[in-house]
Design a protein around this ligand. Structure first.
Ligand code: NAP
Ligand code: 8YV
Length: 323
């Protein structure tokens, strides 16, 4: 930091929802912080130049932008930014950044944990022991991961980290995404439906938002078939939850492992009642190490912007604003 930067007034930043203590402390050291959930006067909103956003905050869109006329940058705490009205941001010339890259390995670890927990029925096995049933007999045998065909929907940063881990599990790997990736050795399916048809485990890790809403629907689940397992670590909106519940209830698929839901934190009672589903409360990146790295990346994006050095990780839709 230069002497000029050190003596400059701290840029006003609006924090949209509570963040980890270490991130809040870093924000407070670097900026004048206003916390949206505590109520912020219009006069203070009018000074705000940056928003620290997160998936926990609703309403990062036009109404809020209109109340923040000095706004320049929205830095998201998270790689997915479907929580932000990106079209409204672009219309106003606001740059948006995310935390791409720093959470790939953590989310991929969690994904493999969820795959194994779902296939080997680890939560049910643990409940069986704790409830004292082991005294009366063995836990029922489970399906295996080994030898299965695994399809990855969305071979981006996290999808590739998942694929790297799968090498150790003696499975066949294929994928589907819209863009060809000639450097990738895995087979690319010609369509999502074709991938589902040729997979025993379908792992979904695409962005949320209108373009991917309900892309995992009844026909895709039907193509996955009665021995198929769905793993969703992307966004709840990507899966038609009602169709999934029907498929689990009627056993037209074998099982599902879900870290994300359509109306978080609400999880439908019918889904909770499915004994062939493993359900996690959106914890893909939720380790101390990774959440700290995400927070630091968000703070660094804000700091770099206010120091005139530009954003570090602008999202593709707003990169043209920097030219
Ligand atoms: P990324 O690097 O941008 O990769 C996303 C991939 O999805 C790209 O390869 C993209 O390729 C593909 N894709 C996008 N739209 C698609 C479509 N309609 N059909 C098929 N493929 C499509 O993003 P990432 O870092 O891997 O993260 C992916 C998402 O995971 C995030 O946006 C977020 O929603 C979610 N996530 C969840 C957690 C959690 O805690 N559960 C944590 C982190 C991230 P093409 O554009 O070429 O199709
Ligand atoms: C977090 C995520 O749960 O990065 C994402 O897209 O979904 C997760 O890492 C979230 O960003 C925390 O607000």
């Amino acid at each position: 930091m230069t002497d000029r930067e050190r003596s400059a007034p701290l840029a006003p930043v609006l924090v949209a929802a509570p963040l980890p203590a270490v991130t809040m402390a870093a924000l407070e050291r670097a900026f004048t912080v206003h916390c949206l959930w505590q109520g912020v006067a219009d006069a203070d909103l009018a000074t705000v130049r940056g928003i620290a956003a997160s998936t926990l905050a609703q309403g990062i869109g036009e109404d809020l932008f209109a109340r923040c006329p000095a706004l320049e940058l929205i830095a998201n705490f998270g790689v997915g930014y479907d929580n932000i009205d990106i079209a409204a941001a672009v219309r106003r010339g606001l740059v948006v950044t995310n935390t791409a890259g720093v959470l790939d390995e953590e989310v991929a670890d969690l994904t493999l944990g969820l795959v194994l927990a779902t296939l080997r029925r680890l939560p049910a096995a643990e409940r069986f022991l704790r409830d004292g049933h082991w005294q009366h007999g063995s836990f029922p045998l489970s399906p295996s991961l080994r030898g299965r065909r695994v399809g990855i929907v969305g071979l981006g940063g996290i999808g590739k980290a998942v694929a790297r881990r799968l090498h150790g599990f003696a499975v066949d790997i294929a994928w589907y995404g819209r863009t060809l990736q000639p450097e990738i050795g895995y087979r690319r399916a010609p369509s999502l439906l074709a991938l589902a048809q040729d997979s025993d485990v379908l792992i979904v890790i695409v962005p949320g938002g209108p373009a991917t809403r309900h892309m995992i629907d009844a026909p895709v689940l039907s193509a996955l078939g009665p021995d198929g397992v769905l793993i969703n670590v992307s966004r709840g909106s990507v899966v038609d939850e009602a169709a999934l519940i029907t498929a689990l209830q009627q056993r037209t698929i074998l099982a599902a492992g879900l870290d994300v839901f359509e109306r978080e934190p609400h999880v439908p009672a019918a889904l909770i009642a499915c004994d062939n589903a493993v359900l996690l409360p959106h914890v893909g990146s939720a380790s101390e190490l990774t959440r700290q790295a995400m927070g630091q990346m968000m703070v660094d994006n804000l700091a770099s912007w206010f120091a005139g050095r530009g954003p570090l990780t602008p999202v593709p839709e707003t990169r043209h604003l920097l030219r």
